[in-house]
Design a protein around this ligand. Structure first.
Ligand code: SAH
Ligand code: MG
Length: 212
């Protein structure tokens, strides 16, 4: 998607409030990687969560809490967003902004490597899982998400176009292969009905089918 398209959509549908703008500004100034979702993707997450009346959401990859704030704002008062983050520095930054946003009651950030934390969630049920962390384990994150989602729940993943590398046959690095395999499972696993939406870097969205 061209920058102009993104700017038009974000400007009309997803203007940032002061808090989100200052989060982004401080993140840039203090050297957090500039890899948060775009504002239009933030709005897309809100539309999706609202459409299924999501109450309990799991995020993998918090960074500065930008996507977490978009999502938590789409949850009901008693909603819960659990977000996993490996870098204590990112978690600290995110907690500060979640506090400023008045969302501490609704958001919990758990510090740790996602593959170590996910087994502790086994048996719990989520309405939606948003995957936006390291790429190599994405096929494993796919399996965890299907385990943790309720029927009718949403599996959403960012960066599934991976800068166009997923369809560049010359690319064979481990991250690209993992994103490709993730997309293949999203597209073909009979347990889920999915599409990849060509946003900024591609958001894959799948709804878990009712078991037969
Ligand atoms: N969802 C965020 C952006 C996340 S960037 C937003 O849109 O605002 C990816 C984040 O995943 C980084 O903060 C990185 O530290 C974290 N991360 C990377 N590998 C991880 C892992 N194995 N477990 C948990 N978090 C991880
Ligand atoms: Mg991302």
């Amino acid at each position: 998607m061209s920058d102009k398209t993104g700017d038009y959509i974000s400007g009309l549908f997803a203007p940032e409030d002061e808090l989100l703008a200052s989060l982004r500004e401080e993140a840039d100034r203090t050297g957090l990687p500039p890899i948060a979702v775009s504002a239009d993707e933030g709005r897309l997450l809100q539309v999706l969560l609202t459409s299924i009346r999501a109450r309990r959401v799991l995020e993998v990859g918090t960074l500065g809490g930008y996507s977490a704030i978009w999502m938590a704002r789409a949850l009901p008062e008693d909603g819960e967003l659990l977000s996993l983050e490996i870098e204590p520095k990112h978690a600290e930054f995110a907690r500060r902004y979640i506090d400023r946003a008045g969302l501490t009651e609704r958001v919990e950030i758990r510090v740790g490597r996602a593959l170590d934390v996910l087994p502790s969630l086994d048996g719990e049920k989520f309405d939606a899982v948003f995957i936006d962390a390291d790429k190599e384990p994405m096929p494993t994150y796919f399996e965890w998400a299907l385990r943790l989602l309720r029927p009718g729940g949403l599996l959403i993943a960012d960066n599934t176009l991976w800068g166009g590398k997923v369809y560049d046959e010359a690319e064979h690095d481990e991250k690209t292969r993992a994103v490709r395999e993730f997309n293949r499972r999203m597209a073909t696993d009979p347990r889920i009905l999915s599409i990849l939406v060509p946003t900024h870097d591609g958001v894959a969205i799948g709804v878990v089918k009712n078991s037969p």
